[in-house]
Design a binder for this molecule. Structure first.
Ligand SMILES: NC(=O)CC[C@H](N)C(=O)O
Length: 384
């Protein structure tokens, strides 16, 4: 589209500009510009607290087709800062829809843009890496836009958990008798921005779930009645959450510990492993992950920009063997590997009770191939 017809534009910190048509709220947004390849799940993505500080580019051709509904909320509000789309619709009469997608964005104060070349934007990010940028009304000058982008902190080194963690502990009762009978475990989370579908999957399997503020001390957590500690997803750089990592070091080995996504990264850091920033991350609903124990390939939901270094400090694990690392808490064994880029997708601690996965077994959105992991977590806690 020519800039003369444009009513909004995306500007990246390296100066690349993409013109389009404004939708959603009439305002600007700055943050890290990332892309997701999921063809559905736009509402879940926007409300996933892990997207705090990010503008989401949707690679799918058309967004909003089935509206938005209360059932698809992954938290109580929108955490992504903007929606960047090739095309969008405000259809509000789809079965189950409570509202149109664009009305919903506008009501929440979130800007969007359509009619820009999202393929060119995604190729640029794939070549140069995810970077800071913004979405601006056409009337904003590029100089003004670059100043706003420059004032935005980089994602590397950024603690966003404090912005999405609850102010005080929330205790949630089971939603079903679940996999181990009516007497399910109590699972305490240090809540760095957990998605509703993770909490729901645990409660449906009979667990009582406690969500603790991310600054809660290990002493307070150990003084409660938790049978296990569970670390879930969340925004920002795991390396910026040293205070959570220190807390986790006090918990590992005392009770079973489990982690998903940011939780996986934080638990890995707690046992002495390292994390690093991926060039443009994994965000979508079709990432193949191999379970090294069974040989089964799961199609997984993913949303992360950082990852855990493999054995020997390598970013890629070039073997399908269950290789081991030495950690501060004994051996860790690789259990899952990404078949796109051979990055670490999961591991199990062998000398203390704990396991983590980088991907999202809860889906929300995405395929349900990996839901079995919730059954496994609950059964292991019950057996502990
Ligand atoms: N979904 C998540 O938990 C994301 C984890 C972390 N913020 C990352 O980008 O890697």
């Amino acid at each position: 589209m020519s800039s003369a017809d444009a009513t909004a534009y995306v500007l990246l910190e390296d100066g690349e500009r993409f013109d389009g048509i404004a939708c959603g709220a009439d305002t600007h947004a700055v943050g890290e510009v990332v892309f997701t390849t999921g063809m559905t799940g736009y509402q879940e993505a926007m409300t996933d607290p892990s997207f705090a500080g990010q503008l989401i580019t949707f690679t799918t051709a058309h967004v909003g087709n089935y509206g938005v509904s209360a059932a698809a909320m992954e938290s109580s509000g929108i955490h992504a800062r903007a929606a960047i789309m090739r095309a969008a619709t405000n259809r509000d009469d789809a079965p189950g829809a409570d509202q149109g997608w664009l009305d919903w964005l506008r009501e929440h104060g979130i800007p969007g843009i359509t009619d820009l070349d999202t393929r060119a934007l995604v190729r640029h990010i794939r070549d140069r890496g995810a970077m800071r940028g913004g979405l601006f009304p056409a009337a904003t000058s590029e100089d003004e836009a670059q100043a706003l982008i420059a004032a935005e902190p980089s994602m590397t080194g950024r603690d966003l958990a404090r912005e999405v963690t609850p102010a005080s502990m929330i205790r949630l009762e089971p939603l079903g008798s679940g996999v181990v009978g009516s007497d399910g475990p109590t699972i305490a989370m240090i809540d760095t921005g957990v998605k509703s579908s993770i909490v729901r999957n645990l409660r449906e399997r009979g667990a009582t779930v406690e969500l603790h503020p991310c600054t809660t001390s290990a002493q307070e957590l150990l003084a409660g009645d938790a049978d296990a500690f569970f670390m879930a997803n969340g925004p920002g750089d795991p390396a910026a959450l040293g205070y959570v990592v220190e807390t986790l070091r006090e918990l590992v080995g005392k009770k079973p510990v489990y982690g998903i996504c940011l939780g996986h990264q934080l638990l890995c850091r707690a046992v002495g492993l390292e994390t690093y920033k991926l060039p443009f991350g994994h965000r979508g609903s079709n990432h193949p992950v191999k379970d090294l124990e069974t040989g089964r390939v799961e199609i997984t939901s993913q949303n992360h920009g950082f990852a855990v270094l493999g054995p020997g400090g390598e970013q890629k694990v070039e073997t399908d063997e269950a290789v081991r690392w030495e950690t501060d808490f004994g051996a860790a064994e690789l259990t899952h590997v990404n078949l796109y880029d051979r990055t670490v997708e999961g591991l199990t601690l062998r000398e203390v009770q704990g396991a983590t996965v980088q991907y999202h077994p809860e889906a929300g959105p995405g395929p349900h191939d990996s839901l079995y992991l919730f059954d496994r977590f609950i059964k292991e806690i019950a057996g502990a």
